[in-house]
Write a protein that binds this ligand. Structure first.
Ligand SMILES: NC(=O)c1ccc[n+]([C@@H]2O[C@H](COP(=O)([O-])OP(=O)(O)OC[C@H]3O[C@@H](n4cnc5c(N)ncnc54)[C@H](O)[C@@H]3O)[C@@H](O)[C@H]2O)c1
Length: 248
Protein backbone atom coordinates (compact mmCIF):
# COMPACT_ATOMS: atom_id res chain seq x y z
CA UNK A 1 0.00 0.00 0.00
CA UNK A 2 1.41 3.38 -1.05
CA UNK A 3 1.00 5.94 1.75
CA UNK A 4 0.44 9.48 0.44
CA UNK A 5 0.92 12.80 2.24
CA UNK A 6 -1.47 15.28 0.64
CA UNK A 7 -0.04 18.80 0.80
CA UNK A 8 -2.74 21.45 0.29
CA UNK A 9 -5.31 18.82 1.32
CA UNK A 10 -8.22 21.19 1.92
CA UNK A 11 -8.06 23.09 -1.36
CA UNK A 12 -10.12 22.39 -4.49
CA UNK A 13 -7.56 19.93 -5.88
CA UNK A 14 -6.83 18.39 -2.47
CA UNK A 15 -10.49 17.42 -2.11
CA UNK A 16 -10.59 15.85 -5.59
CA UNK A 17 -7.39 13.85 -4.97
CA UNK A 18 -8.73 12.67 -1.59
CA UNK A 19 -12.04 11.61 -3.19
CA UNK A 20 -10.35 9.59 -5.94
CA UNK A 21 -7.74 8.06 -3.62
CA UNK A 22 -10.53 6.74 -1.36
CA UNK A 23 -11.53 4.35 -4.20
CA UNK A 24 -8.00 3.07 -4.95
CA UNK A 25 -6.97 -0.32 -3.58
CA UNK A 26 -3.18 0.19 -3.69
CA UNK A 27 -2.95 3.73 -2.38
CA UNK A 28 -4.10 5.56 0.75
CA UNK A 29 -3.85 9.13 2.03
CA UNK A 30 -2.01 8.78 5.36
CA UNK A 31 -2.40 12.48 6.25
CA UNK A 32 -3.06 15.89 4.84
CA UNK A 33 -1.34 19.22 5.43
CA UNK A 34 -3.13 22.54 5.21
CA UNK A 35 -2.85 25.78 7.21
CA UNK A 36 -6.67 25.99 7.02
CA UNK A 37 -7.52 22.44 8.13
CA UNK A 38 -10.96 20.92 7.59
CA UNK A 39 -12.33 17.56 8.76
CA UNK A 40 -11.43 14.92 6.14
CA UNK A 41 -11.26 11.12 6.06
CA UNK A 42 -7.65 11.27 7.30
CA UNK A 43 -5.85 13.48 9.87
CA UNK A 44 -5.04 16.98 8.58
CA UNK A 45 -2.14 18.89 10.16
CA UNK A 46 -1.42 22.60 9.86
CA UNK A 47 2.27 21.95 9.18
CA UNK A 48 4.39 19.10 7.83
CA UNK A 49 6.32 18.32 11.03
CA UNK A 50 3.71 16.21 12.90
CA UNK A 51 2.85 14.09 9.83
CA UNK A 52 3.15 10.29 10.04
CA UNK A 53 5.55 8.32 7.81
CA UNK A 54 4.63 8.18 4.14
CA UNK A 55 5.96 6.87 0.82
CA UNK A 56 5.25 9.88 -1.39
CA UNK A 57 3.96 13.47 -1.19
CA UNK A 58 1.35 14.89 -3.58
CA UNK A 59 1.35 18.69 -3.53
CA UNK A 60 -1.50 20.88 -4.76
CA UNK A 61 -0.97 23.93 -2.54
CA UNK A 62 0.68 27.15 -3.61
CA UNK A 63 4.06 28.30 -4.93
CA UNK A 64 4.94 30.06 -1.68
CA UNK A 65 4.81 26.70 0.12
CA UNK A 66 7.31 25.02 -2.21
CA UNK A 67 10.53 25.93 -0.34
CA UNK A 68 9.41 24.47 2.99
CA UNK A 69 8.02 21.41 1.25
CA UNK A 70 11.27 20.76 -0.64
CA UNK A 71 13.28 21.05 2.63
CA UNK A 72 10.95 18.56 4.33
CA UNK A 73 11.03 16.03 1.48
CA UNK A 74 14.82 16.19 1.20
CA UNK A 75 15.22 15.77 4.96
CA UNK A 76 12.86 12.75 5.02
CA UNK A 77 14.07 11.43 1.61
CA UNK A 78 10.45 11.48 0.43
CA UNK A 79 9.51 11.33 -3.28
CA UNK A 80 7.54 14.44 -4.28
CA UNK A 81 4.83 14.93 -6.92
CA UNK A 82 4.92 18.72 -7.23
CA UNK A 83 1.78 20.05 -8.91
CA UNK A 84 1.60 23.63 -7.60
CA UNK A 85 2.25 26.19 -10.32
CA UNK A 86 3.76 29.65 -10.44
CA UNK A 87 7.18 28.70 -9.01
CA UNK A 88 9.90 31.35 -9.45
CA UNK A 89 13.15 30.72 -11.34
CA UNK A 90 14.96 30.44 -7.98
CA UNK A 91 12.42 27.87 -6.76
CA UNK A 92 12.77 25.86 -9.98
CA UNK A 93 16.52 25.80 -9.36
CA UNK A 94 15.84 24.49 -5.83
CA UNK A 95 13.63 21.79 -7.37
CA UNK A 96 16.54 20.72 -9.59
CA UNK A 97 18.89 20.63 -6.57
CA UNK A 98 16.40 18.57 -4.54
CA UNK A 99 16.03 16.14 -7.45
CA UNK A 100 19.69 15.18 -7.00
CA UNK A 101 18.72 13.70 -3.63
CA UNK A 102 15.08 12.59 -4.03
CA UNK A 103 12.75 11.70 -6.92
CA UNK A 104 10.71 14.77 -7.90
CA UNK A 105 8.01 14.76 -10.55
CA UNK A 106 6.93 18.26 -11.49
CA UNK A 107 4.36 19.11 -14.10
CA UNK A 108 2.26 22.23 -14.48
CA UNK A 109 -0.40 19.99 -15.97
CA UNK A 110 -0.99 16.42 -14.83
CA UNK A 111 -3.60 15.48 -17.46
CA UNK A 112 -3.07 12.82 -20.10
CA UNK A 113 -4.65 15.08 -22.74
CA UNK A 114 -2.31 18.03 -22.22
CA UNK A 115 0.72 15.78 -22.09
CA UNK A 116 -0.30 14.34 -25.45
CA UNK A 117 -0.95 17.89 -26.74
CA UNK A 118 2.63 18.85 -25.85
CA UNK A 119 3.93 16.23 -28.28
CA UNK A 120 1.55 17.39 -31.03
CA UNK A 121 2.54 21.04 -30.54
CA UNK A 122 6.25 20.21 -30.73
CA UNK A 123 5.66 18.32 -33.97
CA UNK A 124 3.41 21.03 -35.48
CA UNK A 125 5.91 23.77 -34.61
CA UNK A 126 8.60 21.74 -36.35
CA UNK A 127 6.62 21.83 -39.59
CA UNK A 128 4.52 25.03 -39.45
CA UNK A 129 6.84 27.25 -37.38
CA UNK A 130 9.67 26.54 -39.77
CA UNK A 131 7.39 27.57 -42.65
CA UNK A 132 6.73 31.00 -41.16
CA UNK A 133 3.49 30.41 -39.24
CA UNK A 134 3.09 32.71 -36.22
CA UNK A 135 2.44 30.93 -32.92
CA UNK A 136 0.05 32.33 -30.31
CA UNK A 137 -1.22 30.70 -27.12
CA UNK A 138 -4.46 31.62 -25.34
CA UNK A 139 -5.37 30.15 -21.98
CA UNK A 140 -8.54 30.57 -19.90
CA UNK A 141 -9.00 29.79 -16.21
CA UNK A 142 -11.33 30.47 -13.27
CA UNK A 143 -11.18 33.81 -11.48
CA UNK A 144 -9.43 32.34 -8.38
CA UNK A 145 -6.24 31.37 -10.22
CA UNK A 146 -3.28 33.27 -8.75
CA UNK A 147 -0.61 32.94 -11.46
CA UNK A 148 -0.78 34.13 -15.08
CA UNK A 149 -0.07 32.93 -17.65
CA UNK A 150 -0.77 29.36 -16.59
CA UNK A 151 2.12 26.97 -16.12
CA UNK A 152 0.52 24.87 -18.86
CA UNK A 153 0.64 27.77 -21.34
CA UNK A 154 4.36 28.09 -20.60
CA UNK A 155 4.84 24.34 -21.09
CA UNK A 156 3.07 24.58 -24.45
CA UNK A 157 5.29 27.54 -25.42
CA UNK A 158 8.37 25.51 -24.46
CA UNK A 159 7.12 22.57 -26.53
CA UNK A 160 6.60 24.85 -29.54
CA UNK A 161 10.00 26.42 -28.96
CA UNK A 162 11.61 22.94 -28.99
CA UNK A 163 10.26 22.44 -32.52
CA UNK A 164 11.57 25.77 -33.87
CA UNK A 165 14.99 26.33 -35.43
CA UNK A 166 15.61 29.50 -33.34
CA UNK A 167 14.64 30.26 -29.76
CA UNK A 168 11.58 32.57 -29.77
CA UNK A 169 10.85 35.43 -27.36
CA UNK A 170 7.74 34.95 -25.21
CA UNK A 171 5.54 38.08 -25.27
CA UNK A 172 2.93 38.48 -22.54
CA UNK A 173 1.80 42.06 -23.17
CA UNK A 174 1.74 44.06 -26.39
CA UNK A 175 -0.16 47.05 -24.98
CA UNK A 176 2.84 49.40 -24.93
CA UNK A 177 4.14 48.48 -28.40
CA UNK A 178 3.57 50.12 -31.77
CA UNK A 179 5.17 47.70 -34.22
CA UNK A 180 4.32 44.82 -36.50
CA UNK A 181 4.64 41.35 -35.02
CA UNK A 182 8.20 40.06 -35.33
CA UNK A 183 8.46 36.44 -36.57
CA UNK A 184 10.51 35.13 -33.68
CA UNK A 185 7.98 35.45 -30.88
CA UNK A 186 5.27 33.45 -29.21
CA UNK A 187 2.43 35.56 -27.81
CA UNK A 188 0.83 34.21 -24.63
CA UNK A 189 -2.52 35.61 -23.41
CA UNK A 190 -4.44 34.84 -20.21
CA UNK A 191 -8.21 35.11 -19.67
CA UNK A 192 -9.61 34.88 -16.12
CA UNK A 193 -13.25 34.45 -15.19
CA UNK A 194 -15.98 32.42 -13.54
CA UNK A 195 -15.32 28.76 -12.90
CA UNK A 196 -13.47 27.79 -16.12
CA UNK A 197 -11.45 24.67 -15.18
CA UNK A 198 -8.79 25.19 -17.85
CA UNK A 199 -8.71 25.84 -21.61
CA UNK A 200 -5.62 26.07 -23.80
CA UNK A 201 -5.40 26.94 -27.48
CA UNK A 202 -2.23 26.92 -29.57
CA UNK A 203 -2.78 28.88 -32.78
CA UNK A 204 -0.50 28.48 -35.78
CA UNK A 205 -1.41 31.40 -38.04
CA UNK A 206 -0.01 31.28 -41.56
CA UNK A 207 -0.76 33.09 -44.81
CA UNK A 208 -4.39 32.19 -45.66
CA UNK A 209 -4.61 29.27 -43.23
CA UNK A 210 -4.76 28.75 -39.48
CA UNK A 211 -4.24 25.57 -37.53
CA UNK A 212 -5.54 25.52 -33.93
CA UNK A 213 -4.84 22.75 -31.46
CA UNK A 214 -6.83 22.99 -28.25
CA UNK A 215 -7.57 21.23 -24.99
CA UNK A 216 -10.49 21.76 -22.63
CA UNK A 217 -10.59 20.44 -19.08
CA UNK A 218 -14.16 19.81 -17.89
CA UNK A 219 -13.31 18.58 -14.42
CA UNK A 220 -10.37 18.72 -12.01
CA UNK A 221 -10.38 14.93 -11.75
CA UNK A 222 -8.10 14.71 -14.84
CA UNK A 223 -5.34 16.41 -12.83
CA UNK A 224 -6.00 14.31 -9.74
CA UNK A 225 -5.96 11.05 -11.75
CA UNK A 226 -2.61 12.12 -13.21
CA UNK A 227 -1.25 12.95 -9.75
CA UNK A 228 -2.20 9.49 -8.44
CA UNK A 229 -0.58 7.83 -11.47
CA UNK A 230 2.52 9.97 -10.84
CA UNK A 231 2.59 8.98 -7.15
CA UNK A 232 2.50 5.28 -8.12
CA UNK A 233 5.25 5.88 -10.69
CA UNK A 234 7.49 7.83 -8.28
CA UNK A 235 7.25 5.75 -5.09
CA UNK A 236 10.51 3.81 -4.85
CA UNK A 237 12.17 5.51 -7.86
CA UNK A 238 15.80 6.70 -7.92
CA UNK A 239 16.45 10.41 -7.25
CA UNK A 240 15.95 12.54 -10.35
CA UNK A 241 13.69 15.05 -12.01
CA UNK A 242 10.73 13.37 -13.71
CA UNK A 243 7.75 14.76 -15.63
CA UNK A 244 4.35 13.51 -16.77
CA UNK A 245 5.95 12.77 -20.12
CA UNK A 246 7.71 9.88 -18.27
CA UNK A 247 4.37 8.59 -16.95
CA UNK A 248 2.18 8.76 -20.08
N1 LIG B 1 -0.27 20.59 -12.15
C1 LIG B 1 -1.58 20.53 -12.40
O1 LIG B 1 -2.05 19.73 -13.23
C2 LIG B 1 -2.51 21.45 -11.64
C3 LIG B 1 -3.91 21.34 -11.81
C4 LIG B 1 -4.73 22.16 -11.03
C5 LIG B 1 -4.16 23.05 -10.13
N2 LIG B 1 -2.80 23.14 -10.02
C6 LIG B 1 -2.16 24.03 -9.07
O2 LIG B 1 -2.31 23.46 -7.79
C7 LIG B 1 -2.35 24.49 -6.81
C8 LIG B 1 -3.62 24.34 -5.98
O3 LIG B 1 -4.76 24.54 -6.80
P1 LIG B 1 -6.24 24.61 -6.13
O4 LIG B 1 -7.15 25.01 -7.22
O5 LIG B 1 -6.51 23.37 -5.33
O6 LIG B 1 -6.04 25.85 -5.12
P2 LIG B 1 -6.79 26.13 -3.76
O7 LIG B 1 -6.50 27.56 -3.43
O8 LIG B 1 -8.21 25.69 -3.82
O9 LIG B 1 -6.05 25.18 -2.70
C9 LIG B 1 -4.76 25.41 -2.20
C10 LIG B 1 -4.71 24.85 -0.78
O10 LIG B 1 -3.35 24.93 -0.34
C11 LIG B 1 -3.38 25.33 1.02
N3 LIG B 1 -2.09 25.90 1.42
C12 LIG B 1 -1.68 27.19 1.39
N4 LIG B 1 -0.44 27.29 1.92
C13 LIG B 1 -0.07 26.04 2.27
C14 LIG B 1 1.09 25.49 2.90
N5 LIG B 1 2.12 26.27 3.26
N6 LIG B 1 1.13 24.16 3.12
C15 LIG B 1 0.10 23.37 2.77
N7 LIG B 1 -1.04 23.83 2.20
C16 LIG B 1 -1.11 25.14 1.95
C17 LIG B 1 -4.53 26.34 1.09
O11 LIG B 1 -4.97 26.53 2.45
C18 LIG B 1 -5.57 25.67 0.22
O12 LIG B 1 -6.41 24.80 0.96
C19 LIG B 1 -2.25 25.80 -7.61
O13 LIG B 1 -0.89 26.20 -7.68
C20 LIG B 1 -2.75 25.41 -8.98
O14 LIG B 1 -2.27 26.27 -10.01
C21 LIG B 1 -1.98 22.36 -10.75
Amino acid sequence: MIRVLLHGACGHMGHVVAGLAANEADLTVAAGVDPCPQPMEFPVFETLEPCPEADVVIDFSTASAADGLLDYCVEKRLPLVLCSTGLSAAQLERVREAAELIPVLRSANMSLGINTLLKLVREAAGVLGKSGFDIEIVEKHHRRKLDAPSGTALMLADAASDGLPEKPEYVFDRSGRRMARPKQEIGISAVRGGSIVGEHEVIFAGQDEVVTISHSAFSRSIFAQGALAAARYLAGKEPGLYSMQDVV
